[in-house]
Design a protein around this ligand. Sequence first.
Ligand SMILES: Nc1ncnc2c1ncn2[C@@H]1O[C@H](COP(=O)(O)OP(=O)(O)OP(=O)(O)O)[C@@H](O)[C@H]1O
Length: 873
Amino acid sequence: MDEDRAESTVSSCVSLKSYWSKDYPLIFVIGPQGSPLKMDEDRAESTVPSCVSLKSDRSKIEPLNFGTGPQGMDEDRAESTVPSCVSLKSDHSKNGMIDFRSSDKIERGEHILSNWDQSAPPGESSCSQPGSRSGDAEMKPKQRCELQEFIEGHKMSLKSRCEHVTEGTNEAGSGTLLNKIYTELYITEGQSEEVDTQHEVRQLERTSKKNIQDTPIKCQDIFKVLSEQQKHIRVVLTNGVAGVGKTFSVQKFSLDWAEGLENQDISLVLPLSCRELNLITDEQHSLLSLLHVFHPTLQKIRAEDLTVWKLLFIFDGLDESRFSLGFNNDQVISDVTQVSSVDVLLVNLIQGNLLPSALIWITSRPAAAHQIPPSCVDRITEVRGFTDSQKEEYFRRRFSDEDLSKRIISHIKASRSLHIMCLIPVFCWITAIVLEDMMTRDQRGELPKTLTDLYSHFLMVQIKRKKQKYGGKQRPEELTEADKELLLKLGRLAFEHLEKGNIMFYSEDLEQCGLDVSEVSVYSGVCTEIFKRESVIFQKSVYCFVHLSIQEFLATVYMFHCYTRKDTVVINKFLKYSFSRLTWLFSKNNPVTSLDDFLRRALMKSLESQNGHLDLFVRFLHGLSLESNQRILGGLLDQMESHPETIQKVLNNLKKVNSDKISPDRSINIFHCLMEMKDQSVHQEIQEFLKSKRKSERKLSEIHCSALAYLLQMSEEVLDELNLQQYNTSEEGRRRLIPAVRNCRKAELSGSFLSKSHWEVVASAMTSNPSHLRELSLSKNQSLTDAGVKLLSSAMMHPNCRLETLRLWCCSLSEISCDSLASALRSNLRVLDLSFNQLKDPAVKLLCGFLQDPLCKLETLRSVRDDPVLSQV
Ligand SMILES: Nc1ncnc2c1ncn2[C@@H]1O[C@H](COP(=O)(O)OP(=O)(O)OP(=O)(O)O)[C@@H](O)[C@H]1O
């Protein structure tokens, strides 16, 4: 990692709960760090009101529009560009508590966070008047003036933290200006309902083709009433996958406010990062004391000040919070001095019991967002990443050399997977680092086209940077034994925790892998320290990889190293679980015999994963089997002689692997493995198939079907009809085509033996944003269970669902299924075909009951009884 980051304190963490079970995130922290606090005088003048204005009567009732600086953004985050993460499951993290100084020190106004102290001393001024009694009916001008100064200090502090991001090899404190690199993000109102359990790389592949047809909303407008239908916006929830720019948005919002540019009706912006709040474990706080702890520049702020001003609380990274928000808990807190646990305070703030006029902004990865009941949220927004033109804008802003940015943009456009990845800003960052390095070198070699290529180069660029900064006799491209050892230890950490689902680590975790904590900080581009060790408030340092995909890459490097070194203990331990369900494939005590055998077992293990947590890992593993990729890593891996026959065997295995009973989304990963091995044959064959006139004559293998499903799903054009029976393939092949349902208007899935994982894909097609599916036929699906019907019925009720025709004839529907279907009649459904289901009277009654419902739009209900009688409703 770039050195600057090493010096940053930023941290972040991810709830592993949400990480594994829900969205599979990454973490990033951004940012810059604090250069010495300077505020340009003109601006300071213009943004800070004079004491006179505070005298006005208006200020007593209405929020004071100081335009002064928020304290925003947690410093740590603001300081680093690097993400971080902590396993919330891990026991270590549970113990990671804050050792606050005693509260009397807080009351005495001592600053707790050393870095805050430095950056924004409130300062004494001629008009400050310490010791004012709170609760005065009328605030004395001097007191107001004093408060104004606190706010000003707070604002300046926030500005100093938000205005820089530290990237690249810059010295600490001389980071890039946020405004220089900040590129407008595509943010929309409302949200796409893909609460994804899948890996974000797959998520973004899916997202990248989403039509840009939703109304975008600017980050600085999220609290503004934009149409007549909208009422006052008090609580905003912003969703977005990892690395998509949520924290950057918070940072930009805070900076614009601190600089007096936007949202000046807000008196104070108060970011409270969830990852920092996590570190409060047993302690109880009042909202006021929390503010004192996390915003020391507001030490002297009083309870009554909070009720008078218009405040904005920003809770960034809800997914990272370890506390669960109990909205059913009836503990009501309405007083800012009332002490309770952090989660109770948060719930009461959101519900409006505490400071009902305060604005609340919560950012979260999608999987954790459900914690907030929709009834409490006035606006949901989603950060979708960069549109194609914003991607280009990002690279243009980043490089002052116009020619370089042009070359980088055209390379990215030429490589589909890179182009897709760059939807997510953090991937733009990785790509920018690698391509800049390669394109400005004399001998640059082939530019990366696959993920394995890209990540191998990324690692090497980071090592090189470290050498440039810390010196060293050998050429920067060469890895010393010490480098290799360190990287492999990091790889072990990455791997062991990837398996456990941890993405944040403590010193103990590092030590267990033989890592010396001081050494790791040197490699801040790879693994960064999150909280400054010298910080008094946080006794424990937390580490994580810049991005989950970096952890996955290093984990793969380690595993591949174990394979080349024949470390059977590690390998067998890793592979042993793949015997559980696929015993027929391997005999239990069979040691790994060859590269192809190893890769095949690793693939099977990854396919068995419920949430795809090994998808990228196994993709990298296949990529690393190529000598060309091993070479990039400069001797980190023992060069293996990969005989062309062995490589061919691996490719053949991939092409014929049986993945029946595996989610069709997961099967697509087999195709990605092929691509990582630079085998274009399947891809080309499918391109030809798509162009051919006589599609039904062409025999498609299962891997063809996965590739086709992927391409159809990603296509810019929405398919008119997907009819599984029209493809000349096996039953498994048909099932592998299911993901294409996400990009078609009519899906004919009759007669296929679909299972739960397929229904899930269909349901996600119905609820995605935008959802194209208008007509769905699942007739003759005897495997459609009550649970399957329930899943589809609730998808029909989703606001994104546009389904108008549903055919379920001959599906042996039960009364329970009819009950689910009946409740879904309040949807957009116009035609429902239930012929040949032998429905009994109670089921029919249920359905008929709902037909009376004024919200039911059904026009045609086809044969509730055995014979297909058409009845008009
Ligand atoms: N608007 C932007 N302009 C330029 N770069 C950006 C922008 N948004 C994000 N980035 C880049 O992507 C990185 C990750 O962004 P950020 O930390 O905001 O993501 P996030 O959505 O908060 O992720 P997480 O859920 O992991 O916390 C940043 O460090 C920065 O390099």
